[in-house]
Design a protein around this ligand. Structure first.
Ligand SMILES: Nc1nc2c(ncn2[C@@H]2O[C@H](COP(=O)(O)OP(=O)(O)OP(=O)(O)O)[C@@H](O)[C@H]2O)c(=O)[nH]1
Ligand SMILES: [Mg+2]
Length: 342
């Protein structure tokens, strides 16, 4: 858990600082949002409410790929390219394992050396948390704070080895998959599902001896995309080659994302997709609040434990247990009128 913020600002002071683009206040606001203390959560919620009208203007890009594919190095090169175009960029990561290993954060500090020193870039490592859902939820709110602070492009990086891609896909406009040429798909742990989520692929490290392989891989993946059913966005994912080392293809990736933005904005998909994402997050927030609320009641916790045990030893069906739990919940609400919650 992070330490409590010493000199506490008011919602208004936080908001003003964020709107001015004050990086220190933005950093403190993120710490506030990530805090698990209940008073911080109340202040955090009021801050989000205060800034919400200033959010949504950025383009949100998710970047994924297996460890070592070159995500951090790509983001350094891509970020610098965007800054040259006059953009302010925020780089966030989703890595539920980072608090265990700390490795990726350390690596990113060195690989994004120039970007981390640039006044137009804001880099924030993954929030800590015990569940992916919790980490993703915080990252999304951090994204909103960055938008309110005037960042035009939000890059959300995640390592492509598990469920975190789905979380990132659900919070971004464009999902970029980085892939290596020459490594078999099995080796890269890439499932068809991940490719189906991608709006674009960049074959990384297309430099030196690797150019030929990268170009071949590009053709293969482009072909694979044509075999997929047309997706709802009306956009056919594109495949490009890129090298963070030589700078090749970095501008093409940005052009591709702009094309996507223009096309889906014109068709209405861009706005529809964001609306859907908001609805999904509303449902998730509510499910979480409900869960937290249930956990506050001692009698419900006891009922939950008893039911769990019975379901575990097959003496009660899962469905019946769920119904009994719901009944206990209704009863607790009737009886307590709020008194029973600790
Ligand atoms: N030749 C070449 N090497 C590259 C390029 N981009 C990255 N690399 C090298 O590939 C290695 C991995 O790059 P990273 O950027 O750390 O990869 P990553 O995907 O962020 O890795 P994790 O954070 O561990 O998931 C490093 O040794 C880089 O120097 C490139 O464009 N060309
Ligand atoms: Mg990395």
């Amino acid at each position: 858990m992070r330490p409590a913020i010493k000199s506490r600002l008011t919602t208004e002071q936080f908001a003003e600082g964020i709107f001015r683009g004050d990086r220190i206040i933005l950093g403190q606001a993120i710490t506030l949002i990530e805090s698990t203390r209940s008073d911080d959560q109340v202040l955090g919620a009021s801050l989000l409410e205060r800034i919400i009208a200033k959010t949504g203007k950025a383009i949100r890009i998710g970047i994924t790929g297996v460890p070592g594919v070159g995500k951090s190095t790509f983001i350094e090169a891509f970020g610098k390219h965007l800054i040259k175009q006059g953009k302010k960029i925020a780089v966030l990561t989703i890595d539920p394992s980072s608090q265990l290993t700390k490795g990726s954060i350390l690596g990113d500090k060195t690989r994004m050396e120039e970007l981390s020193k640039d006044a137009s870039a804001f880099i924030r490592p993954s929030a800590s948390g015990s569940t992916l859902g919790g980490v993703a939820h915080k990252t999304r709110e951090v994204m909103l704070l960055c938008e309110a602070a005037g960042y035009d492009v939000i890059l959300v990086e995640t390592v492509g080895v598990g469920q975190s891609e789905v979380s990132v896909k659900n919070m971004v406009d464009f999902f970029l998959l980085l892939m290596l040429a020459g490594a078999g798909d099995e080796l890269q742990g890439i499932k068809k599902g991940i490719m189906e989520m991608a709006d674009g692929i960049a074959i990384t490290k297309a430099d030196g001896d690797n150019i030929k392989h990268a170009t071949e891989a590009m053709a293969e993946y482009q072909h694979a995309f044509h075999l997929f059913a047309a997706n709802e966005s009306g956009w056919t994912p594109r495949v490009v080659t890129s090298s963070a080392r030589t700078g090749h293809g970095i501008d093409t990736v940005w052009e591709m994302i702009n094309q996507y933005h223009d096309k889906t904005t014109a068709s209405g998909f861009f706005a529809t997709n964001r609306g859907r994402q908001n609805i999904a997050w509303f449902e998730e927030h509510f499910a979480q609040l409900l869960k937290d609320d249930l956990a506050k009641s001692l009698s419900l916790r006891t009922t939950h434990d008893t039911l769990t045990k019975s379901v575990g030893d097959h003496s009660l069906s899962s469905r019946q247990a769920a119904l009994l739990y719901l009944e206990a919940y209704h009863k607790a609400i009737r009886e307590s009128n709020g008194n029973e919650t600790e």
